[in-house]
Design a protein around this ligand. Sequence first.
Ligand SMILES: NC(=O)c1ccc[n+]([C@@H]2O[C@H](COP(=O)([O-])OP(=O)(O)OC[C@H]3O[C@@H](n4cnc5c(N)ncnc54)[C@H](O)[C@@H]3O)[C@@H](O)[C@H]2O)c1
Length: 247
Amino acid sequence: MAQAKSAIVTGGASGIGKACVEGLAAQGWAITIADRNEEGEAIAAAIRDAGGQAQFVTVDVSEEASVRAMVEAATGAYGQLHGAINCAGIAGCSKPIHEIAVEEWDRVHRINLRGMFFCLKYQIAAMWPYSEGSVIAVSSAAAVKGLPWSSDYCGSKAGVDGMVRGAAMDCAEQNIRVNAILPGATVTPLAMNSSNANPALAKTRTRPMGRMADPSEIASAAIWLLSDGATFTTGISMPVDGGMVIA
Ligand SMILES: NC(=O)c1ccc[n+]([C@@H]2O[C@H](COP(=O)([O-])OP(=O)(O)OC[C@H]3O[C@@H](n4cnc5c(N)ncnc54)[C@H](O)[C@@H]3O)[C@@H](O)[C@H]2O)c1
């Protein structure tokens, strides 16, 4: 039997990341579920019970040593790392920009942007010797659409998109693809909490299709970007948003 391909999913214990884990497990990937939320352990155990390959690793993506250990755990357990879907992220503080404290600004950027840098850095380094791999950064439609009370979050996600384009150039000749996905409003704990915390969002047209996404609808796009169907796609920021950015 051919050895399973290996992928890391950060933020894999909840929401979009959990849906990515479920989709990859159904395709037989060996998965490292990495999250600071220990509920990922039960998800990994359920995959193993069903005959698949999965491990849970506790990580804080904003800490460099923690991310390095996450990647080492993946390569230690499953060998060559073929893919990564980086979902770990948090919402902003839901305030207009002139009321945001620097600590609030730093908190979002520490996880959403600095954390994404560590993930890309160590995942790409692990893929480099094999001249093969696909890395996905889960950004947001907020990277390109103006949203009220969200400048901290929008800024962190726009930074992710720029970093992805630069990293894609660094990796193109090495046959390692780096792409961003820009989800629109998706039914997860993060979105539910932030729409409660940010009544200003209701003023913006964010749901042209009249509904939010199911996390599986974002995961299927991420899994396509990992697949051999996407071998000529790199450096893109792909909205998966029900029309949110064009509305
Ligand atoms: N839900 C939406 O509407 C939506 C829209 C656009 C983009 N996104 C992005 O999608 C990604 C996934 O979000 P979600 O909606 O599934 O939210 P979620 O809260 O369900 O999942 C996020 C996961 O990231 C983990 N996490 C947070 N900080 C971490 C850290 N420092 N280290 C390790 N793990 C950490 C959490 O524990 C959680 O399990 C996020 O980057 C978010 O910004 C979500």
